[in-house]
Design a protein around this ligand. Structure first.
Ligand SMILES: *Cc1c(COP(=O)(O)O)cnc(C)c1O
Length: 343
């Protein structure tokens, strides 16, 4: 597949901004090339625009080549950049599933790009025939999310592979929750498909939503396009330093994930015992979608008690459902005790 054929013409022709740190990347005794202030070290210096040190560590951890990694200000940045690189406003379109994460729609709307939403099945799985039928010659991107937000389940791998094999544009699979679903990532397939992009993030299992760090994994060519159009210094020094620190203690993340999965299973059992709970959907993530009688009433009761969950009852296929994040043991007990008081 020729990725350049998919690109917007203005991006193909773009001459990117060249920063001081692009033009000279080595070590030196004196740096007088970027109009930086000599005081207030180390924050006086512009960060590495390509975040090389951080990518080396992530490459080791994920067992991929570092030039197949793009790092952004959250996953939201690569979502937006992919749309801006490939979709001509008013002409091209995007296909995604329904329900799913809201940012694909928002990013498409901001760019003036049509987004077509294809319903999941009642089991929250893909209808691959309907999804592919929704594409046409102007469909540049398909966004999938697995494990999916807000439903919590992983999509069938064979279905996603069928789409990436058949579709003539880019398939983007958002794996924000993949650390809670071992063995289900499409990352090992990256080398087999030059139209596959996998998104992951430090915001969930890594516990670093506050530093804003998202990852996109794709072919060298696609990563080159994202690098070409991103803000030159899209990741600040503080974020890069903090992420390097946490990557050195990544056993801690493994422990957190184990603990959260155990809590999720415990919460599932306990929620199922409540008479007003209709169904706790199976989850591969750090949250549960729970169907209940009078979800809105229960949501409002919880708010009064100082507990905030997410009311998803107006979302397609999620009637009467609340999305509940798995918290600490204490937080989960507080939630369960408060709900039991309703009986
Ligand atoms: C939380 C979440 C993200 C994370 O976005 P960041 O910008 O990396 O914080 C991405 N995708 C989905 C589906 C999410 O639920």
């Amino acid at each position: 597949m020729d990725i350049n054929q998919l690109l917007r013409k203005n991006i193909q022709d773009l001459k990117p901004y060249s920063s001081a740190r692009d033009e000279y990347t080595g070590e030196a005794m004196v740096f007088l090339d970027a109009n930086e202030n000599p005081f207030n070290q180390p924050y006086n210096r512009y960060p590495d625009p390509l975040q090389r040190a951080l990518k080396e560590k992530i490459a080791d951890l994920k067992k991929v080549d570092s030039n197949t990694i793009f790092l952004g200000n959250g996953s939201d940045e690569p979502i937006d950049l992919l749309i801006r690189a490939f979709c001509e406003p008013g002409k091209d379109n995007i296909v995604t599933m329904n329900p799913t994460y809201g940012m694909y729609q928002v990013a498409a709307d901001i760019s003036g790009v049509e987004i077509r939403k294809v319903s999941l099945t009642s089991e929250f799985q893909l209808d691959t025939t309907a999804l592919l039928a929704a594409t046409d010659e102007n469909t540049k991107l398909i966004f999938l999310c697995s494990p999916n937000n807000p439903t919590g389940n992983s999509l069938n791998k064979e279905d996603m592979l069928k789409i990436v094999e058949t579709f003539k544009g880019l398939l983007i699979v958002d794996e924000a929750y993949i650390d809670f679903a071992p063995g289900k990532s499409l990352l090992p397939e990256l080398g087999s498909f030059d139209n596959l992009v996998v998104l992951q993030t430090f915001s969930k299992a890594w516990g670093m939503a506050g530093i804003r760090l998202g990852m996109a994994f794709a072919s060298v060519q696609i990563i080159g396009i994202l690098n070409k159009i991103k803000y030159p210094y899209n990741l600040n020094i503080l974020t890069q330093q903090k992420a390097l620190e946490l990557l050195d203690q990544h056993e801690q993340v493994i422990d957190w994930v184990k603990l959260l999965i155990a809590e999720r299973d415990e919460m599932t059992t306990e929620l199922q015992k409540l008479p007003f709970v209709v169904e706790v959907y199976p989850s591969d993530a750090n949250f549960l979608l729970v169907r209940m009688y009078d979800a809105r009433g229960i949501y409002e009761y919880l708010v009064e008690e100082g507990i905030i969950v997410r009311d998803r009852s107006k979302v397609h296929l999620c009637d009467d459902s609340l999305r509940i994040t798995v918290g600490s043991k204490e937080e989960n007990i507080t939630l369960l005790t408060t709900l039991k008081n309703l009986i």
